[in-house]
Design a protein around this ligand. Structure first.
Ligand code: HEM
Length: 484
């Protein structure tokens, strides 16, 4: 096992990176797939604002593989079940994450699991996997429940709040405690607003493409760096404290501190910081969006809420689900709602890659060094795969309907050797938060609210999800047989 990290990104200046991209594109030895390949700032802007309709229109026009010129360069998109399977599983070794479309994330996360490839990625995953095994995750149920109970005190009937901001604070506290053994009420954590800092840092990825290459004092990049430095203070303090005290728990920081390869090499503080930052980001942003989108849809579908409440009444005697039910997805109605939420709104909506070698797919060629993306969000909206994709229909994920889905059709957690390492943890967390909210209250939206979605870099509700809190209605068990 090699604990040696990837080479530093040699081309530091964003301008020289752009020039290299243009050179790579000019050196292409085979043509790009058909598409919209002329430079257009308007297209770039439309894509940044609302990529889904553009991708679906291009799919209609060009089929499952096409090129869109975004900002300075061609980007190849591959959509649909075969495409997803091709990139994530059958030909995954021909695609690199690190040099792909989201390489800017390295500015926040450094060389954590998400942004690395090859042997270092395999070795890092091996080190971290034990922390995500079923038995280990089971130990987190109590923490997630405690934190949710604490947060639920704010959801009193009659109040109004932004569910997105509420969930973000909750998910960060959960990630800090359950994954890293960090005390969110400790002195170091209390002195910074971690949720706010992540918000600031991630705003970089929602800024205009041409602003992202600026490096001046008030540029989005400078704001990202300033926020990251404050988060670093918290993480490095924890690493240093654990190194000097020798204190270890079953959390990921402890695993990483003690990881050693066959030559006795250990991870540096910087490497540990990068993994922690990656997991803190990936572990709170995605679950926050999922809970928010789920309750947005539930507020618009009271009949589905009735079925969830009836299920709770029948299977949990009206109370909260057991740890086993939460871990195993033992509430089938809730499970279908979760799956459908992740179909319609997969938070990690795009899988950014760079092709190592040229290849052929669906009769088209793609040159070596091309940017190639798979996209769960668009793939989950193809009407030939999911009928009436705009409709929220949890029954698409009944056991029978799910078994009939083609391989690669449903990829909210990616696939292959880069499948989301936090999948089980994320599912557990969303189930727990959702079911505890449902035991206590129902949520409605203001009449005038219209959902808009931003991508920064995960998709989330642009204006948050403002909700009115109502008391939970009484028992629903009698409804269950008809719904189940
Ligand atoms: C609903 C919750 C979540 C969703 C939908 C989700 C989705 C995804 C997806 C689609 C990928 C693959 C991206 C690609 O192919 O480029 C991914 C990777 C990853 N996720 Fe998640 N994620 C979730 C929760 C979490 C949690 C809770 C954690 C950590 C505790 C986490 C950590 C990671 C990491 C580290 C990777 C990179 C894995 C690798 O490349 O080996 N995720 N996630």
């Amino acid at each position: 096992m090699a604990l040696v990290g990837p080479p530093p990104l040699l081309r530091k200046s964003p301008f020289s990176v752009l020039l290299d991209d243009l050179r790579d594109e000019r050196a292409a030895s085979v043509p790009f797939p058909p598409g919209e390949t002329r430079f257009s700032l308007a297209r770039t802007r439309r894509f940044a604002e609302d990529p889904l309709p553009m991708l679906l229109q291009a799919y209609e026009r060009f089929g499952p593989i096409f090129t869109l010129r975004l900002f300075h360069g061609n980007v190849v998109f591959m959509l649909g079940p075969e495409a997803n399977h091709y990139i994530t599983v059958s030909h995954a070794s021909n695609f690199q994450w690190r040099e792909g479309h989201f390489r800017d994330l390295i500015g926040l996360m450094g060389d954590g699991l998400l942004t690395i490839d090859g042997e270092f990625h395999r070795a890092s995953r091996r080190i971290m996997l034990p922390a995500f095994h079923h038995e280990h995750i089971a130990t987190s149920v109590a923490v997630i429940e405690q934190e949710t109970e604490r947060a639920l005190q704010e959801l009193r009937p009659g109040t109004e709040l932004d569910l997105y901001a509420w969930t973000r604070r909750l998910a960060l506290r959960v990630a800090m405690r359950a994954l890293f053994g960090l005390d969110p009420d400790g002195q170091a954590a209390r002195s910074i607003d971690a949720a706010g800092l992540f918000e600031e840092a991630l705003a970089f990825y929602a800024s205009e493409y041409f602003l992202r290459i600026l490096r001046g004092p008030r540029s989005p990049w400078a704001r990202l760096q300033a926020a990251a430095r404050q988060l670093d203070t918290l993480i490095y303090a924890e690493i240093s404290e654990r190194r000097s005290s020798g204190a270890r728990g079953t959390d990921i920081v402890s695993l990483l501190l003690d990881a050693e390869d066959e030559d006795g090499n250990r991870l540096s503080d910087l490497q540990i910081r990068d993994e922690v930052m990656t997991l803190l980001f990936a572990g709170h942003d995605t679950t926050t969006s999922t809970v928010s989108f789920m309750f947005y849809e539930l507020a618009r579908h009271p009949a589905i809420v009735d079925r969830l409440l009836a299920e709770q009444d029948a299977l949990c005697d009206g109370g909260a689900p057991s740890a086993e039910q939460l871990l195993s997805g033992g509430l089938p109605e809730l499970e279908m709602v979760l799956d459908e939420t992740l179909r319609k709104y997969p938070p990690a909506w795009v899988g950014p890659r760079r092709a190592l070698q040229s290849f052929q797919f669906a009769g088209q060629t793609v040159p070596a060094r091309a940017f190639v993306n798979y996209c769960s969000w668009a793939s989950h909206h193809l009407p030939d795969v999911f009928e009436h994709p705009e409709e929220f229909r949890p029954e698409r994920f009944s056991a029978q309907a799910r078994a009939a889905l083609p391989k690669g059709a449903y990829v909210p957690f990616g696939g292959g050797s880069r499948t989301c390492i936090g999948m089980r943890f994320g599912q557990l967390e969303v189930r727990t938060i959702a079911s505890l909210i449902l035991t206590r209250c129902t949520l409605s939206l203001p009449a005038e609210f219209e959902l808009t979605i931003r991508q920064m870099p995960t998709i989330s509700p642009k204006q948050g999800v403002p909700v009115h809190v109502h008391a939970r209605p009484s028992r629903h068990a009698s409804d269950l047989p008809a719904a189940a």
